[in-house]
Unconditional design. Structure first.
Length: 110
């Protein structure tokens, strides 16, 4: 696993922000992230912006029984999601599965 992926997957260890200074927990809590699915850091193929998004395992061509904590972004396919700056649904490429945020949610019972 790359150091960037490790940093993204462990938000507590990195002050809840990645190298770009984004607050990943706030990004996940934002309505633009979506309401269902596992948290991933993804890049919009139209504008190139990186945001925290939620996508189901099925949307990323994974089995519903897949272990989302050990899942690697390289195993996931692109998925459709809204990009507000682009003003519509676009394709997003996952760059990291944010398992640290997923585990934090589970600990809080969300």
């Amino acid at each position: 696993m790359s150091s960037r992926a490790s940093e993204l997957e462990s938000p507590k260890a990195s002050g809840d922000a990645d190298r770009d200074g984004r607050d990943l927990e706030a990004g996940l809590a934002s309505p633009v992230a979506g309401r269902f699915g596992i948290p991933v850091d993804a890049v919009c193929v139209r504008c190139g912006r990186t945001h925290v998004k939620r996508a189901s395992l099925e949307e990323m061509d994974q089995s519903p029984e897949a272990n989302s904590v050990t899942l690697e972004a390289t195993d996931c396919t692109s998925f459709k999601h809204v990009c507000y700056p682009c003003e519509g649904a676009t394709w997003w490429n996952p760059v990291a599965v944010l398992s640290g945020l997923l585990e934090s949610e589970r600990e809080r019972g969300e």
